[in-house]
Design a protein around this ligand. Structure first.
Ligand SMILES: [Zn+2]
Length: 490
């Protein structure tokens, strides 16, 4: 089945066809490093990570770029507030960012360009726009000329008149049009600056993303993603300036994830309900947070509440439990921890079919605009099958029968599939508290000692029972003058 995704630009689901398959050029707007990041930012990072992983699972060669905005009004404001340098603020929160995306199990980007490393390219970009009459200079500031780009407003689907009405407050009188936006800002006293043809100044936020994405991915990106709040003006402006420069389509598919609310309320500074990722990870395991963040479709709003997090916690635990138990059963049944040839021979067509049905349930969900909620439901179908099978095998063991080899193979294959798909969603399973070889050894030694005591007390029948029961499990005891050793039956 073809992968379809919802393109914000066309407002409909479209088949995903990258410009040059199997390569996928993907860009996600990264953090402005002036503060800690919150659970809403984490949602974007995790969702994009899952999308990237799924594209890789489908065989695409994805180049993923996520920038770091390390010069911006907010960073300058924070630095002034703290009496620190902008570099210091940027360094502190860049470290914070890397620390927490790593804890969340997000794959490192192929490139993490920093805005301050691309200033000459930004200046060049702006110069070209000025030359093309797409931008104009006023007192050391450079503005993009909306009038020059007839497609402005198409991405956000907003009418220019409505946008102008909204922009009327505090409009800079030097602008030709209220919607014109700054490409380059002249430096105020005390602010960091770079020399430019227009004097001392710094780039605007929007130009940063256009330059950094093109530098690493070329003039046309396959996927550009971000939170829904970035559609306007950030992405609208990125598109306008990029397409004005290149006369080419800037982005083939625009993807935006929905808002995250806190206890049904919008997260905002004024409500004082901003939840930083560090505070959440003090309470919850990163996998639980990841589970919660992808438990709804990425475009839908998601509500952070203690109830929802508790539910995520118990659901994640159910997934983990089902994988561990399966492993342990297999290890016990197969004696030496590996599948026997004879078992694999028992794997019949019906089993293969069932496995492929489970896999395609997962794929169908993900192919449908990365519907992680449905994909998780598909994982729980596998969990259900595992649990039924496990009960069945346990019942056979209880009745003194060996389980049918085919069932063990099926259980093992289901377990493998479940783990693989859990990995596609980017989850990390905890180290399994399984019967380690050391523990196995210790347990067998206890039995060997008990048998030894029984023989000393002439309880030969009892001693023989221990030997024969171990033999049934494939463990052979050999008595030597210096003591008893055990080994697995060949
Ligand atoms: Zn951006």
């Amino acid at each position: 089945m073809a992968l379809v995704l919802f393109n914000t630009f066309t407002r409909k689901k479209e088949e995903f066809i990258p410009l040059e398959p199997p390569y996928v050029r993907m860009y996600n707007c990264g953090p402005t490093v002036y503060d800690t990041f919150h659970i809403g930012n984490a949602r974007n990072f995790v969702v994009v990570d899952v999308i990237r992983r799924y594209l890789m699972y489908k065989g695409y060669k994805v180049k993923f770029v996520q920038n770091i905005t390390d010069i911006d009004d907010k960073i300058i404001a924070r630095a002034q507030q703290e009496g620190a340098s902008t570099e210091e603020i940027a360094r502190r929160y860049t470290e914070y960012y890397f620390k927490y995306i790593n804890l969340l199990g997000i794959m490192p980007a192929d490139e993490n360009p920093r805005a301050t490393e691309f200033i000459p390219q930004m200046i060049e970009f702006v110069q070209k726009l000025v030359q093309k009459n797409s931008a104009y200079v006023v007192d050391g500031d450079v503005f993009f000329r909306i009038k020059s780009y007839p497609h402005y407003g198409e991405l956000s689907g907003k009418k220019l008149d409505d946008l102008k009405k909204g922009a009327r407050v505090d409009v800079d009188p030097r602008k030709e049009d209220p919607l014109d936006f700054a490409l380059w800002k002249s430096a105020k006293p005390g602010e960091p600056y770079w020399e430019s043809p227009w004097g001392k100044g710094r780039p605007g936020w929007h130009i940063e993303c256009s330059v950094m994405s093109m530098a690493h991915l070329g003039e046309t990106l396959d996927i550009h993603s971000g939170g829904i709040d970035l559609i306007f003006p950030h992405h609208e402006n990125e598109r306008a300036q990029s397409e004005s420069l290149t006369n080419k389509q800037f982005v083939r598919y625009w993807l935006h994830n929905g808002f995250l609310n806190i206890e049904s309320q919008k997260m905002s500074k004024s409500l004082g309900n901003i939840l930083t990722i560090d505070s959440i990870l003090e309470q919850y395991d990163p996998e639980v947070v990841r589970y919660f963040l992808i438990s709804a479709h990425y475009r839908h709003p998601l509500d952070y509440s203690q109830t929802n997090l508790r539910e995520a916690k118990s659901a994640w635990q159910r997934l983990v439990d089902s994988t561990i138990t399966t492993d342990e059963i297999i290890r016990l049944l197969l004696k030496d921890g590996s599948i026997r040839e004879s078992d694999i021979a028992q794997m019949n067509e019906t089993i293969e079919q069932r496995l492929s049905t489970f896999r395609s349930q997962f794929e169908q969900a993900m192919d449908d605009d990365f519907n992680t909620a449905e994909a998780i439901a598909a994982l729980f179908n596998i969990v259900g099958e595992i649990n039924t099978l496990r009960e069945n095998i346990n019942q056979q063991l209880k009745n003194g029968h060996s389980p049918e080899p085919g069932k063990v193979s099926y259980l093992s294959a289901l377990n493998k599939l479940l783990k693989e798909l859990i990995g596609v969603l980017g989850f990390r399973l905890p180290e399994k508290p399984t019967l380690s070889s050391e523990l196995t050894d210790n347990l067998i030694r206890i039995l060997v000692d008990i048998r030894q005591k029984a023989r000393q007390q002439k309880l030969f029948e009892f001693a023989d029972m221990i030997r024969s029961r171990l033999n049934e499990l494939g463990i052979v005891l050999e008595d030597h003058p210096q003591g008893t050793i055990w080994k697995f039956k060949q």
